[in-house]
Design a protein around this ligand. Structure first.
Ligand code: ADP
Length: 504
């Protein structure tokens, strides 16, 4: 056996990647699928299209129709996925009852507002580690059960199945034999108690979700079932399922408490390993299951928790420079433009285009550019945009240290914008700790592959994986503590000016 096959089912594309024993990706295929916007604020995917694109990229990678040689070399399959996206299907036919409601979809925001005024926030945070928001699956599933005629009664009779994308792909891969999820995905639904690690009856009653619709929760690193032989001519074990951000944390080898990673994509996602106990946040960060590994013959399943924070406008700030302001043609150009000036000249961009998330939480905040003089140029604005990404990350980093009581020694980074050396240097300066970029930044698929490989004995332990994690570049902080504090204080003044602006 030479490979692990990782399926990386993302928000805009399905990917399949074959990893070898050194953790190198040897073959990749990717296919985009449709984003469906039926109304403002609504975002849907066709679950069948997700499955079809996923199957096509698997076929490309294993080389159908002549698969035998390669399929026989695959030790196990790993699934990692866009989280929270909600599918409801008929158990008998395997057909979805409606399009999947995507994590970005805001149609249930009013329902969340109502539930908030009814005072459910504290209970939900205590049990699930989450904030009450349309982002998570529970209100999306409740909406489907309410809106599709007869759906709730059918769900109660056990005729329907709910799943996030991991569960949907598993069902399809096993030809309907296995209906299961893992704790990293379950802990994004608002229905899962992160302390008992089970679906919670009180929460199910609150959202009016019949228990019969839910998948079984099994360890993230464990055998979920085998692919139906009709797919690749041979049954292959599905040996891991894990949500994308948690997978990236695993792929960054953040195996010990106090290790953290930040992904710089469209938004930024920071996850901190807090070990075997869930840490409740006082700053409205999320408490989430990182991963659970199946019981060894010697012990019980082993659960690792994380604190998670997101910044809405990460790389998207650079997209705005490109598409909104047209001051760069490609995202890469921002680095040389920003480098052409020595500093921002006391200019601050607060990219609160869609409000501010943790730790400020102001939905009415809007984008602000302050401190401009006659001498301000597009280069200063480009530099302020890079600083804004790093300053927002510094704010969630501070909140995370406060909540966990853990002082981080370094931050591991990945994602498209982590290739920007200037951004990474600025980040180290504003955090006051080193920022470390690994050679492999495909951490999401790799993390899922590692988890599956550990399950089937392709890798023997996490030490072996840690030794494969190789540094590309390390960025050391260069600012004094005083200079850093002054910078952050000035930024917070700018953030205050962005707050409470929108009147809707
Ligand atoms: P996602 O997975 O969210 O689509 P990626 O990890 O592919 O995101 O990263 C793409 C994002 O990174 C885009 O928002 C883009 O503007 C930004 N980006 C890409 N390259 C750079 C760069 N060199 N400097 C700054 N931002 C960049």
């Amino acid at each position: 056996m030479q490979y692990i096959l990782a399926l990386d089912q993302g928000t805009t594309s399905s990917r399949a990647i074959l990893f070898d024993a050194q953790g190198r990706s040897v073959k990749t295929a990717q296919k985009e699928f449709r984003q469906i916007f039926p109304q403002p604020g609504w975002v849907e995917h066709d679950a069948n299209e997700i499955w079809n694109t996923q199957r096509q990229v698997i076929e490309q990678v294993v080389g159908l129709p002549d698969t035998a040689a390669l399929v026989n070399q695959i030790a196990g399959i790993a699934i990692t996925n866009q989280r929270e996206t909600t599918v409801l299907w008929d158990r008998l036919t395997g057909e979805p009852l409606a399009n999947a409601i995507v994590w970005q979809d805001r149609r249930t925001a009013d329902l969340c507002d109502t539930m908030r005024t009814q005072g459910h926030t504290a209970l939900l945070q205590q049990k699930t580690g989450l904030v009450l928001d349309a982002y998570f699956s529970a209100t999306k599933l409740a909406w489907l059960l309410d809106q599709i005629p007869g759906a709730r009664a059918r769900a109660e009779r056990g005729e329907l199945a709910f799943g996030t994308i991991d569960t949907w792909l598993l069902w399809k891969l096993t030809a309907g034999k296995v209906h299961a999820t893992d704790p990293s995905n379950a802990s994004r639904t608002l229905l899962f108690n992160v302390h008992t690690l089970q679906w919670d009856d009180e929460l199910l009653a609150l959202f009016k979700i019949p228990r019969a619709v839910l998948p079984e929760v099994r360890p993230s690193g464990g055998v979920f079932g085998e692919t139906d032989p009709s797919l690749f001519g041979r049954a292959v074990s599905i040996a891991a399922m894990i949500g994308d951000q948690q997978a990236a944390t695993f792929g960054q080898a953040c195996f010990s408490p106090g290790m953290a990673k930040n992904t710089y994509g469209t938004g930024c996602f920071m996850l901190l390993n807090t070990g075997s106990t869930p840490v409740e946040s006082a700053n409205r960060l999320l408490t989430t299951v990182g991963w659970q590994r199946a019981a060894t013959p010697r012990g019980t399943p082993d659960t690792t928790y994380c604190l998670e924070a997101s910044v809405f406008m990460g790389g998207a700030t650079i997209q705005w420079l490109r598409d909104g302001l047209n001051i760069i043609q490609t995202a890469v150009e921002v680095e040389s433009l920003a480098q052409s000036v020595p500093d921002v000249g006391d200019t601050y961009l607060v990219p609160a285009f869609t409000g501010l998330g943790a730790p400020h939480w102001d939905g009415h905040a809007r984008g602000t550019l302050v401190g401009m003089t006659r001498g301000t140029t597009k280069a200063h604005i480009a530099r302020a945009a890079l600083e804004a990404i790093a300053l927002q990350v510094a704010d969630v980093f501070t909140a995370m240290q406060k909540d966990s009581g853990i002082m981080l020694a370094e931050l591991r980074v990945d994602g498209g914008a982590s290739k920007n050396n200037l951004l990474m240097q600025i980040q180290a300066d504003f955090l006051g700790i080193p920022v470390v970029r690994p050679a492999v930044t495909e951490t999401t698929a790799l993390g899922a592959a590692y988890l599956a490989g550990l399950t089937v004995g392709f890798w023997s332990n996490t030490e072996q994986i840690s030794s494969q994690w190789v540094i590309d570049q390390r960025f050391e902080p260069r600012l004094t503590d005083t200079a850093r504090q002054t910078k952050l204080a000035r930024w917070h003044q700018a953030v205050e000016r962005a707050k409470d602006w929108a009147q809707d």
